[in-house]
Design a protein around this ligand. Sequence first.
Ligand SMILES: Cc1cc2nc3c(=O)[nH]c(=O)nc-3n(C[C@H](O)[C@H](O)[C@H](O)COP(=O)(O)O)c2cc1C
Length: 183
Amino acid sequence: MSQYQIAVVVGSLRKDSFNRKLAGAIAKLAPPDFSFQQVQIGDLPLYNQDDDAGPADSVKRLKREITDSQGVLFVTAEYNRSIPGVLKNAIDHASRPYGQSVWAGKPAGVLGVSVGATGTSMAQQHLRNVLAYLDMPTLGQPEVFLLAKDELFDAAGGIGPASQKFLQKWMDRYAAWVKKHAA
Ligand SMILES: Cc1cc2nc3c(=O)[nH]c(=O)nc-3n(C[C@H](O)[C@H](O)[C@H](O)COP(=O)(O)O)c2cc1C
């Protein structure tokens, strides 16, 4: 088993999501002692504080998967210049009940791809604000704002040659960040 398990949270439920594809492609650049598992967030109920005492099985599963990980990777779409509601819903679920957040201390990375020229930069900035409050040490550089275009991915679902060097650098920094901050 890999020494470092990364829980990957994709901020899009779309079947052909560019961000889901990016999450799969970036994992191929990881060192051999890392493994990446995408967590399911589409079946979570809408967060309601009344349910804190009796969370749904999907909420328990999410919290268990984050707890069992050594780091978290957020790969998010940008909706109306912020993070999609489905991602915020998942973050809120795993942050509660009060005092029982599973996010605290987990080293995090943030990536995103969009069809707009700003490449999810505003969504990522909003997300960083949330992660700071949740006490997640989050890799600051390099920032990755990707534009969805044909050559971003290769035919095998990996990162295409034009972005390969830059994203390998990101992965090397992220892996070192996780090793430094993992409990
Ligand atoms: C509700 C909604 C709002 C959007 N707002 C933005 C936006 O603010 N910035 C942007 O670059 N793209 C925006 N888009 C376009 C997304 O970048 C595009 O749908 C992208 O494919 C979403 O990521 P995904 O492929 O991972 O689902 C929006 C799309 C939707 C459906």
